[in-house]
Structures are given as C-alpha cells and as structure tokens.
Design a protein around this ligand. Sequence first.
Ligand code: ZN
Length: 324
Amino acid sequence: MKRNIITAALLATTAFGASMATANEPVWDANKVKLISEKLDNGVYAYYPSDAKELESKGLPVATSGGFIVGDKGVMIIDTMLNERLNKQVQDMVKDKAGKPIVYAVNTSFHGDHSYGNMYLPEETKIIQHQVTQNYIDTHFEHDTQFMMQNFGKGRGIEEITPTDADILIGTGGKITVDLGGKLVDIMDFGFAQTGGDLFVWEADSKTMWTGNPIITVKPSLPWLLDGHQLETLDSLKKVRAFLPDDATVVPGHGSPMSPDDIQWHIDYLETVKTQVQSAIDEGLTLKETVAKVQMKEFTGYALRDWVHPALNVPAAYKDLSSK
Ligand SMILES: [Zn+2]
C-alpha cells in the first residue's frame, strides 16, 4: 500500500512537473484563490473559488470547494483548505453569514487541500475524519506535505503545517449523524472512492451533498485514481448516485454546486475504462499496450486528462481486472 502511494505520488509529480513552467506555478495558486459563498438553503452554504464556474466548464483545474451548515448549536464546516490564508477566508465567511462558533469540521479525505487547515481552527472545534484518513496522516504526513509542496508550490503556507488529531473517527462502511440543533447532518462512507478514507456529507432537509475529491467537478473533469481501486471507485460512485434524489444539490471537491446527473459523466467514464481495459486484457495486451489502446476520445476536454487517464486511471483498471 505504501509503495502504491509513493509510486502514484512520483507519477503525479512528473506529470504536474511537465505541465508546469516552474515549481512556482502550481495547478492553482493558494496565495491567489478567492473563495465565495453561495447560500443553498436556510443555513446551508457552499463555498468555492470565485473563478470556479468560468474554469470548470472549460475543463481547467479549480481550487478546493467546501461548505458550512448552520444549526442552533453552531456551525459545521466541510473541508478546511490548504493553508492559513484559505482557512481564514472560510472562518471569515462563517463569522459573516452565521455568527456562531464552528463546533465541527469534517475532512472529506486526507488530501492537504481538504485537511491542512485543521490546525487553524478554534480549540473547541471537533474534527471529524475517516479512520483511514487518520492512519494516513499518522504515517505519511512528512511525505504528504513534500508531495503537496511539489504540486502546489513552496511559499504557499504548506511549510508550516503540522498534523492535527481528529476528535471523531468514522470507520470503513460507517456513518454518523450529527445534530447541530435543528439541522441533522449525516457523514457517510460509501466505500473506496479515491483514498479509502472518503467521507460524504449529507444534509437531508436541503438535499445537499458534499463529495470531496471523488467528484472533482462537472464534465469534462475526470476522476483522479491516485491510489488505484478503479472497480471499487466505480461501485462507490454508483451507490452515491443511487442515494441522491434527482433534485439534490451536489457540492463537488473542486467546483461550484452541480446536479446528481452531473455525477453520471464520471460513472460513464469509469464504466467505459472498465469495459475497454477488460477487452484489452482479453486480447492479451500488456499494460503499456492497453494504455496506448484505451484512448476514449469521447471523454476529452479536461486539462489534466493527459495525466489522470493514461498514468492513473487506465493502469488502476488494468491492475484490478488483471488480478480477477
Ligand atoms: Zn482536493
């Protein structure tokens, strides 16, 4: 497992490196992102970068999204951002819109852009994580911050990040319901969806779901299977889609609010990867030949496709399907 993560990280570094002019020009710049909030319902807000709508439709990378839910007892924030600057923007939005203490913060995964901001939260905020996320942070933190600095640049506040322990852990297949006072929030694991520590947040009254990275954003973005598990990821996303009413609002990991139908693009993509990789294996093709063959031109348009499709997603499917 450890080796898989390191291999994926090296691949990621190489691919990002190739697509960037210098290490000082990250995919998106955490020193420049401006977060805006959108009220989805009474006490239910999404936040996302001000340029999200413009970038996502063009298939360009968008910085991290999240949200917050306001109950009588206080506020839950979903994802804590990459650095102090962005975390402060979130805390300022909460102060402005809710004026209540942040009693809970959920990390949808261990990824730094969703969890590094934990250390800037008030003492009283209880951090909710998946057990797998906590284990990863306990064992890989140093490596993880190095990886994030390579991809998101030095001088973006990552240098000063120290790990923060969670207060509430959710196990594999687990679910908890948090009562914020007049607002019940479900935090659920639908199965392996990108890291194995993937939490989805559901507020039933407003029919709002936060997905974190397993859903990057609308078409033409594609999943990033950094840790493999193509088949399980496909199953988990199908479960998420089946759970959602058609009129739900989905706040993805890196974009503005979207509809449940927008998830279908990602399911169709992963389903096609599975089918085409399986036929390549049936023909006896090697991994390299399979990557060359499974082009899937109908799923183009995403700026990071030349990395995620051939270097992550097709190899992940090949590994899963070859071992069957
Ligand atoms: Zn992310």
